[in-house]
Design a protein around this ligand. Structure first.
Ligand code: FMN
Length: 340
């Protein structure tokens, strides 16, 4: 199987819930929430995709010393990863993807494919308990090699769920604090809450797992996140699904990096599709990226193998971009390697 075959197979399965467009840019699926698109006009997703495309690379292949092979490995959470790439949490196979795949099977594909390629997948949570429960079996099979992402439930409920994932021996724990904007969650009668810094700090102190706050979109928000003592943040607008009319995620990244410095790890997601996009995100201040919808396409079209094939493609593109911009390690990927 090659990556093109994965996409062709995905198209057979996913249409009409996802059209498997040549460019996964949020245009065809605007307003599809529930579904795979972004809220209302869809422009938060579209802007993230377009903004990143406008960032340009500075080509320079005259090197000052003989260049070694590109090293894209990274240490995070005290563990080694083959690339600064993670599979973003995607939950709700029933309401978002027409029930064409079981929640457990989807997560088995992403978790296994990611692990086989030396990276890791986040898993989701939601209105239906199955979104949180279904990934637990594959996580167990893989000795906890994954990162569950909790919704911002009441503190009491959060603590209960943390105990469950700690038992699985997972790598880290995330919370998509931006989920208050999810319409179907509000409609389900299962309340989620905007968290205070004190509540987030309480979670950091409650768990022994590295804690990642997902859904930061401003320097002010990042400053508050730093004060909680969290391990990291994901600069994310939830793929445009929680608020229309936000800036692009990579657009706010430099001002967030300025505030955070090296005090927390910075992840970013939203419209990242290629290894060149990963390079641009790192040059703008991220330590690593999350990719959502195109990993879903890979999982639908090729299961764990599809996820690995896409990961290997991303890695090859990232290395190629580094070669052409005179970078050998990830720390060489700095703002002067791009024009934005
Ligand atoms: C169908 C769908 C379901 C999602 N479910 C979750 C979820 O359960 N938890 C979460 O934190 N993010 C969820 N997300 C957001 C993604 O993790 C990610 O932030 C977003 O898709 C941006 O990346 P992309 O442009 O690469 O898709 C979901 C996104 C989609 C499209």
């Amino acid at each position: 199987m090659n990556y093109e075959e994965v996409r062709a197979k995905a198209k057979e399965i996913m249409v009409p819930e996802c059209l498997v467009c040549k460019e996964c840019n949020g245009v065809a699926c605007k307003g599809w929430v529930p579904g795979i698109g972004a809220k209302w006009t869809g422009n938060s997703f579209i802007r993230s995709f377009n903004y990143l495309n406008e960032v340009k690379l500075v080509m320079d292949t005259i090197v000052l010393k003989e260049q070694e092979a590109q090293d894209i490995s990274i240490e995070l959470f005290g563990k080694e990863f083959s690339a600064p790439i993670f599979v973003a949490p995607i939950g709700g196979m029933d309401i978002n993807y027409g029930g064409k795949i079981e929640e457990e099977d989807y997560h088995r594909s992403t978790l296994t494919g990611a692990k086989n390629s030396g990276i890791a997948a986040f898993t989701g949570d939601g209105a239906n308990d199955v979104y949180f429960n279904a990934p637990q079996k594959p996580l167990k099979e893989l000795d906890g090699w994954g990162i569950p992402t909790l919704k911002p439930w009441s503190q009491e409920k959060v603590f209960e769920k943390i105990k469950v994932v700690e038992e699985l021996g997972v790598i880290a724990l995330a919370m998509d604090i931006d989920s208050a904007g999810l319409v179907h969650l509000a409609a389900s009668g299962k309340p989620v809450y905007s968290k205070t810094p004190a509540e987030l700090r309480e979670i950091v102190e409650f768990t022994k797992l590295p804690f990642i706050i997902k859904g930061i979109m401003s320097a002010k928000g990042a400053q508050k996140a730093v004060e909680t003592g969290a391990y990291g943040i994901v600069v994310s607008n939830h793929g445009g699904r929680v608020l229309d009319n936000t800036p692009a995620t990579t657009e706010v990244l430099p001002e967030i990096k300025k505030v955070v410095g090296d005090r927390m790890k910075i992840f970013v997601d939203g419209g990242i599709r290629t290894g060149a996009d990963v390079f641009k995100a790192l040059a703008l201040g991220a330590d690593a990226v999350l990719i959502g919808r195109t990993y879903a396409i890979s999982a639908f079209g090729g299961g764990a193998e599809g996820v690995s094939l896409y990961t290997e493609k991303l890695k090859a593109e990232l290395k190629d971009t580094m070669l052409m911009t005179g970078c050998t390690t990830l720390s060489d990927i700095t703002a002067d390697k791009i024009i934005y």
